[in-house]
Write a protein that binds this ligand. Sequence first.
Ligand SMILES: [Zn+2]
Length: 269
Amino acid sequence: MPDLDIDTKYHNQTTNKLEWRCKYCPKKYTVNGGTRCIKAHLKYSHEVTELSPRAEKAQKRQRSIEEAMVAGTGNPQKRRFFDVIDNDNLSTPSTLNPDALEVLYVNMVASCNLPLRFVQCEAFREFIEYLNPTGNALLPESHTKIQEWLIRQFQAGKEQTKQLLQLVRIAIHLSLDMWTSTNHLAILGIIAHYISEEGTLQECLLAMKVVNGRHTGENLSQYVLQVIQDYGITSRLGYLQMDNASNNDSLIRVLSVGMSFLLLFLYSS
Ligand SMILES: [Zn+2]
């Protein structure tokens, strides 16, 4: 199997030599002790550099912060007077950006499954105060404000996905699956798969709909139609991929009827 690990070598039975095969392209190198050529190939052809796990993590962290800065600047919020850093009154001017801080805090709450009230945890606040008093001052005191932040970031992310999907020239394919959450909610997950402008295969989560009522194809198709319309991808819908539960057959039947109406409406208006 081709590998990215430069220390992984394979025995080529035809040439009777050890070789290294690239994971990203058909390139092969006969291994004769050194790894210079392999490293150069990975760096210049695929921008893959050899970093220690620690350096890789640091780089990933830095990238997340930069992305949060971009997302924050692209979606600035009006803040109350005391939520804005007053650099004139600080002994060392702060470089903290309140909008990026909001993006990063929401990311943390979502990826670590933290309760909204975590922001009110005294030990956490003391820890942040110790690291950076301005950062602590910028964090809300109330969990309802965190809920507001979460909804705002969700909407900003959704808007970004919508804009991204508008750029897709070819079909957008969907995969659907039903599952039950740990708190016993029936959830329909909808994921889009498409080829980006750069020509790479991409996927993104479009929705996780809580399904009310029976799990019939008729009922489920309404949720799917809603998402297709919401993201404005009616005219570019490609294949649908799902498991072979019988209600999925009727889902497709009802969906195709609904789609015909939508397309008719789209092209006649
Ligand atoms: Zn390669």
